[in-house]
Design a protein around this ligand. Structure first.
Ligand SMILES: [Fe+2]
Length: 197
């Protein structure tokens, strides 16, 4: 599966103030930390009807759409049908916070074990949970449920492209990524992610 291309702006997108109750900063100096992003996103006063009008599911892959972008950050909407998943990926050096507004997602984080990426942590997020995507986060996200899921992602600075790792030559390394090994007994386990902040 490939990472989906950004969907074209086929419908008018509202200002972030209309959607979230606050305007995205225009300057990078206005975003002091990742925690600031988390707090602003978590405390948003979302216009649920407006958000619902923006939800688009794609049968072939999960759908991503940039809603608002400034010099400082961007707001992205992701829609996941049951079973749809991202590739293993990073975030191009950006900090990110993802608010799950509908449904359920499972995140698997990877860590380097020698020259291989191995699953290090798996957790589930439910409605209202915030997932953190740090510059060094490498993860895969899947909708494990039988229902659609929708997540709002804030990235600062705007993502300059994410690196997919599945079946690709790992940048700066000469060997290819091998299939991750399943976690052994007593290894990485599933746990409930505490609410960020
Ligand atoms: Fe991600």
């Amino acid at each position: 599966m490939h990472e989906p291309a950004m969907e074209s702006q086929e419908t008018a997108v509202p200002e972030s103030r209309a959607l979230l109750g606050w305007s995205l900063p225009e300057s990078r100096e206005d975003i002091p930390s990742l925690q600031w992003l988390v707090t602003r996103l978590r405390d948003s006063r979302i216009d649920w009807r407006l958000l619902e009008s923006l939800v688009r599911f794609e049968p072939a892959h999960y759908a991503r759409r940039v809603l608002v972008r400034t010099d400082a950050c961007e707001l992205l909407l992701a829609c996941w049908l049951p079973g749809q998943a991202s590739l293993v990926h990073d975030h191009g050096g950006s900090h990110g916070a993802a608010l799950l507004v509908r449904g359920e997602l499972k995140e698997t984080r990877f860590a380097w074990g020698g020259d291989r990426l191995l699953p290090a942590l798996a957790c589930r997020a439910g409605e209202g949970d915030v997932m953190l995507e740090r510059p060094d986060t490498i993860h895969r996200v899947v909708n494990p449920s039988r229902h659609g899921a929708v997540s709002l992602h804030l990235y600062a600075p705007p993502m300059q492209g994410m690196t997919p790792y599945d079946g690709q030559t790992v940048p700066g390394r000469t060997r290819r990524l091998r299939p991750p090994r399943p976690p052994g007994g007593g290894g990485a386990g599933r746990r409930r992610r505490p609410r960020a902040g």
